[in-house]
Design a protein around this ligand. Sequence first.
Ligand SMILES: [Zn+2]
Ligand SMILES: [Zn+2]
Ligand SMILES: [Zn+2]
Length: 208
Amino acid sequence: MALTDDQWIAEARRQLAATGSWDIPVTPAAVRPPDAATEAPLPCPNCGRELEIFRRYEVLATEPLRWCPGCFGFWARGDALSAGVADPADDREALFAAEVPARCRSCDKGRLDAAGVCRGCGWTRPALACPSCGAPMGRDTVKGVELDACATCRATWFDIGELGRTYGLARPQSLAAAIVDETAGPTDQDLMLTAARVLLGMFLRLPF
Ligand SMILES: [Zn+2]
Ligand SMILES: [Zn+2]
Ligand SMILES: [Zn+2]
């Protein structure tokens, strides 16, 4: 299967990061771009909106990472997170959104605790349905964070903010700051001073 240039570069970087070396040609077996067209739309288990593929550049996996643009939840099935969560410069808001306790659907006032129980009326949220197979999801602890998961589909649902907490995501440095850091060093000033000295020397040597 042919790789695009972007996929080839990303695969080479992935190999380099994982093993410290890389082979030519890059083995394409592990890289199967997600084919969203062949799969029925998956519903958000939280708000019902259609999940979308969270586009990434550097990170390649056989499964795409999906997200809900409505409630900022993430759906990671199979190896979707095996090579990382997002590109290093990715500053999309959904990755860094703060966790928000879910609102009670019974009294509509109270907030649910970590176990899904309303602090106001005691209503317990039923298990979320797996977006992929529809079965009620169980609970699973990933890196110390309790999450909804479907064992059958090998998939995990992250409510808003949970992906960031689980993987310790930090907002990347802004592009403007990065440019300033790279170009505004003393090196440029030194070059300008050198150029000025050369010009001054030429000027002083002019025969008046
Ligand atoms: Zn949603
Ligand atoms: Zn309630
Ligand atoms: Zn499932």
